[in-house]
Design a protein around this ligand. Structure first.
Ligand SMILES: [Cu+2]
Length: 204
């Protein structure tokens, strides 16, 4: 072997050793690796956590409020606002109108109950039943004598006497008397035969 061959072998061995050393150094430490691997490692690492960290919260924050808030707010406000006035307004007005119409009774029946010819019914305002009624203008009220005795339905009061608005005169047992109230007002009436019997009709 010549010196050149030896040098070549030595050189080859030296290269090989250097290569191995380099490889080991890369594999073992990794830190001493060239700038290339070190730089890329930290570069992607920070961006990766930073991007997802920023994107995730931003995406959630933006999507949650942007999509849910606007959809729920208008949906809740518009729906109830529109339904509430439409339902409540007519609902309140219609019942009132119905109640008023219901109160505007255009016909009523009043009974002269059995036993009213005997004092005592006045204690419970039960000499006429009902003894105090309210009807609408133009309503017709019919009194029925359900007692065995005869009675009258005479406008006025026992104290001041008949006022001439209406007077049934004698109503026999089982008979009826009716009167149409064409004008609003309060009409007191009583029984001429039994002055403790009083009643009232309110026309409105
Ligand atoms: Cu009477």
């Amino acid at each position: 072997m010549t010196s050149a061959d030896k040098f070549g072998i030595a050189f080859s061995i030296g290269i090989t050793v250097v290569m191995i050393a380099i490889v080991l150094s890369f594999g073992a430490t990794g830190k001493s690796a060239p700038v290339a691997p070190v730089a890329p490692t930290p570069m992607p690492v920070p961006p990766t956590p930073e991007k997802p960290m920023e994107e995730v919260p931003e995406a959630i924050v933006e999507e949650a409020p942007m999509e849910e808030t606007p959809e729920e707010v208008p949906a809740e406000e518009e729906v109830p606002v529109e339904e509430t006035p439409e339902e409540e307004v007519p609902a309140e007005e219609e019942p009132v109108m119905e109640e008023e119409h219901e109160e505007m009774v255009m016909s009523a029946d009043v009974s002269i109950p059995e036993g009213s010819s005997t004092p005592g019914c006045e204690a419970d305002n039960a000499c006429y039943v009902e003894s105090d009624i309210t009807v609408g203008v133009g309503a017709i009220v019919t009194w029925t004598n359900d007692d065995t005795a005869a009675h009258t339905v005479t406008s006025g009061t026992p104290t001041d006497g008949p006022d001439g608005v209406f007077d049934s005169s004698i109503v026999m047992s089982g008979a009826t008397f009716e009167h149409a109230f064409e004008e609003a007002g309060q009409y007191d009436y009583f029984c001429i035969v039994h002055p403790w019997m009083t009643g009232k009709v309110t026309v409105e």
